[in-house]
Design a protein around this ligand. Structure first.
Ligand code: AMP
Ligand code: MG
Length: 326
């Protein structure tokens, strides 16, 4: 990693251009990604960020033959980069602390519902029960450049990959001497430093019901990562089936939340947590925040109530009423 940054620094120092503001849109990981950087080297930082997006997409997508995740799922015991081991261990740590609400071995269930092929269908209870037998993050070991899977486990990093990616983009921006920038990777926003005028970034949280934003957060050097059933779903016979699965049931999580945003400087963990807290529901999410800390959160319930954790009180602005979790 140190070497990559050093190389990045040198190449950027040579860029020579004086772009004040640069923007770029990239489509990867099934997501429209908007990148913005300010200052000298901004253009160069964005093109290096784009290369990083492509690199991580190729590395982490389980559908790309030859990706590290593809290899792990095929071989069940594969030699991979230390970077892949690190990402998988970050995911496993979120699994352990959330008692499996976040679980990258959810892959066979994602497949059953058709989220992998986009050939959506509602599986039978029997199919779900059979696939659930293979879901347990404790069947994954990642160490010493090797990942192994037991008991039919297959992994899907969709719940954490973009969080890791935005963190890497921030490193690349910094390595290029860019101190102000922001990226939006679908529901994942990550801000570097402050805005060029010295004020904080204002990150809006989407309203799952449409219309006005739920509210905005004034942040610097922070990720704001949102999970919600409204982001990816299909409809059958008048019912909506979304992409965040409760590993306890194998069905789309239905624990009373419409949207969860996690606010933290560590975007990979925040990404895993946004998915996990969505699965846990309001009480479980509030309890997790109280006992673990290290992040803040905005929750919206199915019945339209908004909750923010105490640490956001001074940076949250909203036209809606809200309650504070203490
Ligand atoms: P996110 O948008 O970050 O909440 O992640 C949702 C994605 O993570 C889904 O599209 C799946 O690829 C994967 N996923 C779904 N349910 C879970 C879960 N309970 N734990 C871990 N990953 C999940
Ligand atoms: Mg997530």
């Amino acid at each position: 990693m140190a070497l990559v940054c050093a190389v990045t620094l040198t190449s950027c120092a040579d860029a020579g251009k004086n772009a004040e503001e640069a923007t770029k849109t990239v489509f990867a990981m099934d997501t429209v990604m908007e990148l913005k950087a300010y200052g000298k080297n901004a253009e160069r930082a964005l093109s290096e960020a784009e290369q990083e997006i492509i690199r991580l997409d190729n590395m982490l997508s389980r559908g790309t033959a030859g990706s590290e995740i593809y290899k792990i799922n095929e071989l069940k015991n594969a030699e991979v980069s230390t970077e892949a081991v690190g990402i998988i261990n970050a995911a496993l740590s979120v699994s352990a602390s959330t008692d499996g609400a976040f679980d990258i071995t959810i892959a066979p269930i994602m497949d059953l519902w058709g989220f992998f092929t986009k050939d959506f269908r509602v599986p039978s209870d029997e199919e779900i029960a059979a696939a659930l037998e293979k879901v347990d993050y404790r069947n994954v070991s990642a160490q010493d450049g090797r990942v192994s899977l037991r008991s039919g486990a297959q992994i899907d990093l969709g719940g954490i990959a973009k969080g890791y990616l935005s963190g890497r983009i921030m490193e690349i921006f910094k390595g290029c001497g860019v101190s102000s920038g922001i990226v939006s990777l679908g529901g994942n926003v990550h801000a570097l430093g402050k805005k060029p005028d010295g004020s904080k970034w204002r990150v809006a949280i989407q309203n799952p019901d449409g219309g006005d934003f739920l509210g905005t957060l004034a942040v610097e050097d922070t990720a704001v990562i949102t999970s919600g059933g409204y982001q990816r779903f299909f409809e059958q016979d008048g019912r909506v089936y979304h992409h965040i699965i409760d590993p306890a049931t194998g069905y789309p999580a239905a624990n009373g939340l419409k949207s969860v945003s996690v606010i933290s400087g560590s975007s990979d963990i925040a990404d895993g947590l946004s998915t996990a807290l969505y699965v846990m529901g309001q009480d479980g999410a509030a309890e997790y925040w109280r006992s673990h800390g290290g992040f803040e959160a905005v929750l919206m319930t199915d019945d339209g109530r908004i909750f923010i954790t105490k640490g956001l009180e001074n940076i949250w602005e909203s036209g809606f009423g809200y309650e504070v979790i203490e």
